[in-house]
Design a protein around this ligand. Structure first.
Ligand SMILES: [Mn+2]
Length: 407
């Protein structure tokens, strides 16, 4: 039997909108917006560098079900780069890019095999004669809660059997369970490798056979921190080896200064943080960084400098001209995290919130720029009283969910 080599990646989320980051300096925001694209180019670079037989993309190629044309054209161009090298691509679509969405169809090159909305086996033979059966399933609609793995049926006649599944390891309770499965369900299929997608953290659920979540290829928010990438997999009849390769072009990271350090003077703290930044920059990769420290470490004048965000501004100065950049997203106190402020529901804060909402009986003023906008005004209607009430209700809910001890 021949040795085969492939790349397994998932969750490209091409053209993620990065909402909430548009307050970044333009030059940095542009790079953030491009990061999902550039990370996938790196996957393709790796495929060519390692001259793999094929690339598996295990779902959520696009971030939105409308599959922006830009994302599709980009993907097509990258797949064509693979095509030129005789490298194939096997694709399933997941909950983000399910087939039920409305999009303008862009045809993909001939090396690309997209699984239909029912479990199917696609046979493939490598240039050197390795015979593989690949099994996959694309989401017909967003919400697939069925145990899809049960529909995968092993078809004999190949050296290697590879399952591709965008789904949820159901032992993990924190997410909605799309196409749920348990490791034992996958093992029962007697395949040689399971290429999973959906969970954005890198996780190897099983070895021999390997069952792998590669995680996404580029982090998109502070929760998706640390290195992101794909696996290069090499299989022969005796052994499978998997090697992780980083593809993210921007790293999301968080650093906490340990309690042992204390700072009296401005220079001391400022220089320490600048050194920290420069150390990050040596990673040769742009970084979006959250720094936290404890109030106990600082003199009162320094606490003020942090709270007023004056120090934060200084740390950001000139950063938009740097490449790679190290953008300090936040400088905050670990002992006073906003998420950990819990208020009693009778707290004055809620009384005041209710009062201000009550007094806000006129939505027109804050929204005036929108309603007088040349284009927007043709399409939008002022809110009705019912809609205003509903919005106020939602504001109240939102605040109490974040701050109330009952939430
Ligand atoms: Mn995803």
């Amino acid at each position: 039997m021949e040795t085969i080599k492939f790349i397994h990646c998932a969750d490209l989320h091409l053209d993620s909108p990065f909402v909430g980051l548009n307050t970044l300096p333009n030059k940095i925001y542009e790079q953030v917006k491009e990061s999902t694209f550039r990370a996938f180019s790196k996957v393709v670079d790796l495929a060519i560098e390692f001259s793999v037989d094929f690339v598996i993309i295990a779902g959520d190629l696009y971030d939105g079900e409308d599959r922006s044309i830009r994302a599709q054209l980009f993907l097509k161009k990258e797949l064509e780069r693979l095509e030129k090298q005789g490298i194939h691509a096997f694709i399933v679509h997941g909950n983000h890019d399910h087939l039920g969405g409305k999009w303008t169809k862009v045809n993909m090159p001939s090396n690309t095999h997209i699984f239909p909305p029912k479990a199917k086996m696609i046979p493939f033979t490598t240039k050197t004669g390795g015979k593989i059966h690949l099994y996959g399933y694309s989401y017909p609609s967003k919400h697939v809660y069925e145990k899809i793995v049960e529909r995968y049926e092993k078809v004999d006649g190949a050296d290697y059997h590879i399952g591709i599944l965008h789904g949820h390891d159901s032992l993990d309770n924190r997410h909605y369970r799309y196409a749920p499965f348990q490791v034992t369900d996958l093992l029962d299929k007697d395949f040689d490798y399971w290429a999973l997608g959906h969970i954005h953290k890198t996780r190897i659920l099983h070895e021999n056979p390997y069952i792998v979540y590669p995680g996404n290829i580029q982090g998109r928010n502070p929760k998706e921190d640390g290195p992101k990438g794909c696996y290069v997999v090499e299989m022969n009849p005796y052994r499978t080896s998997v090697t992780f390769h980083e593809t993210n072009v921007i790293l999301w990271d968080a650093i906490e200064l340990t309690d042992e350090e204390t700072f009296e003077q401005f220079d001391q703290l400022y220089n320490r943080l600048i050194r920290l930044k420069e150390r990050m920059r040596r990673k040769k990769k742009s970084v979006i960084l959250d720094i936290s420290l404890s109030k106990k470490q600082l003199s009162s004048s320094l606490i003020e400098l942090v709270e007023s965000e004056e120090l934060l501004d200084l740390l950001r100065e000139g950063e938009e001209k740097e490449l790679p950049f190290v953008w300090v997203r936040s400088l905050s106190f670990s002992d006073e995290n906003s998420m950990s402020i819990f208020l009693n529901e009778n707290h004055e804060f809620f009384r005041e919130l209710n009062e201000s909402l009550h007094q806000l009986d006129n939505f027109e003023r804050p929204l005036a720029p929108l309603f007088s906008h040349r284009v927007a005004k043709k399409y939008i209607q002022p809110f009705t009283k019912e809609e205003e009430m509903e919005i106020k209700g939602k504001v109240q809910q939102l605040f109490s969910r974040y701050f109330s001890t009952k939430g």
